[in-house]
Design a protein around this ligand. Structure first.
Ligand code: S3P
Length: 435
């Protein structure tokens, strides 16, 4: 991989492509497969660096993990996790480390978790706090709230937890720990977050009860439930599909179809928003696959109008604001994105990075503590954007560069492989100019 990649203004993009497997589901299939007894077979696994780190981790915790072929993996769980002989290096993956900590906390083991320079900057107490309330012990090895951290698990008691941020990672960590806790673990979410853990736990044979609670819901799980290996079919990742679709919307004359995209309503906030902005975005061939609704999504070049994105939609598109912002740069008027303070604690401070990157490309952006406003118009481009080790910041600016007046370059393009290996070839296969 070169030290930087450059996207140039492209002529009409055309193609029918498949997005890589969903990252959230891929992590979960490895982790639940490793905790279960018996064999789990996964189809369509995202073979990105983040998930491969989770595969290595679950192997270090005692599961047998084998790659059968492209996207096809076999995991043989030992019905529980054991003390690993190595440090669990989760690379760039927040989902990997937070869910693994939850999973491991329920077993009598010790483990040290670490990650790359980006993951070491991200807050961990949102997960270790509730896990400690359940009885797990944590020792911070460098500084409080940051990796690396040593975990001692086992003998957990259930808790009743009310989420303060809509975070599927926190919910999932608590539920996975709750599987081996004494009593009934209850998590209440005032705002719903993605429910892949709940769905997959059921597929692995656990009972999970969900009851409405205002705008959100309460999830209840009895401790002491064993998991049984199963078959998992991973659909295409809507968060990754967003990049070729965005290119289809902003490059004049384009028509881009991404097949097999997961359409779980807790993940499709970006698609709703684009349609409200005037995007010609259509879904065909809707069907069920692996317990999720999926479909083929087509984006055609559109005249977009800015809008105020409802804050209540944030959780269903939290990873998509960077690419929304890139498309908003081509829209008429202002796109207002507020109530997204969580963006600041992702793989990078995504508000700051998008504000800096878009400004460097000549786009008008206002920064707020918990949001930002992009005013669309001409996009001069002609900049090299710093991506702070963040795959989505890199892909968002490369997509922008396909329609900007002058080329746009990004640094650290190797990070794109965390979630979207093959991104450059896929985009160039549709006529994109990225090199
Ligand atoms: C994820 C949840 C989200 C999201 C992340 C994946 C998951 O994080 O940003 O990329 O798979 O549970 P939070 O739960 O912290 O919002």
């Amino acid at each position: 991989m070169p030290s930087q990649l450059t996207a140039r203004r492209s002529t009409a993009l055309a193609g029918v492509v498949r997005a890589p497997g969903d990252k959230s589901m891929s992590h979960r299939s490895m982790i639940l497969g490793g905790m279960a007894s018996g064999v789990t077979e996964v189809e369509g696994l995202l073979e990105g660096d983040d998930v491969l780190a989770t595969a290595r981790a679950i192997q270090a915790f005692g599961a047998k993990v084998e790659r059968l072929g492209g996207g096809r993996w076999r995991i043989e769980g030992a019905g529980g996790l054991r003390t690993p002989q190595t440090v669990i290096d989760c690379g760039n993956a927040g989902t990997g480390v937070r869910l693994l900590m939850g999973a491991a906390a329920g077993y009598p083991l010790t483990a040290t978790f670490d990650g790359d320079q980006s993951l070491r900057k991200r807050p961990m107490k949102r997960v270790t706090g509730p896990l400690a309330d359940m009885g797990a012990r944590f020792g911070w090895l460098a500084s409080e709230d940051r990796l690396p951290v040593a975990l001692t698990g086992g003998s957990l008691r259930a808790i009743d937890y009310v989420q303060t941020v809509a975070s599927a990672q926190v919910k999932s960590a608590i539920l996975l720990a709750g599987l081996n806790a004494e009593g009934e673990t209850v998590v209440t979410e005032p705002e719903k977050s993605r429910d892949h853990t709940e769905r997959m736990l059921r597929a692995f044979g656990a009972e999970v009860a969900v009851t409405p609670a205002g705008e959100g819901w309460t999830i209840t799980l009895k401790g002491g439930q064993p998991l049984r290996g199963t078959t998992v079919k991973v659909p295409g990742d809507p968060s990754s599909a967003a990049f070729p679709l965005a290119a289809g919307l902003i490059v004049p004359g384009s028509e881009v179809t991404v097949e097999g995209v997961m359409l779980n309503p807790l993940r499709t906030g970006l698609f709703e928003t684009w349609i409200e902005m005037g995007a010609d975005l259509t879904t065909t061939n809707e069907r069920e696959s692996g317990g999720e609704r999926i479909g083929d999504v087509t984006a055609r070049h559109s005249t977009l109008r800015g809008l105020v994105v409802p804050e209540s939609r944030a959780a269903s598109m939290i990873d998509e604001y960077p690419i929304l912002a890139a498309t908003a740069a081509f829209a008429q008027g202002a796109t207002v994105m507020r109530g997204v303070g969580e963006m600041r604690v992702k793989e990078s401070d995504r508000i700051a990075l998008m504000v800096n990157g878009l400004r460097a490309c000549g786009v008008a952006v206002d920064e707020e503590p918990e949001g930002f406003i992009v005013t669309g118009g001409a996009v001069p481009g002609g900049a090299t954007v710093h991506t702070a080790h963040d795959h989505r910041i890199a892909m968002s600016h490369l997509v922008l560069g396909l329609a900007a007046e002058q080329p746009v370059s990004v640094d650290e393009p190797g990070m794109i492989a965390t979630s979207f290996p093959g991104f450059v070839d896929l985009m160039n296969g549709m006529g994109g100019l990225i090199a």
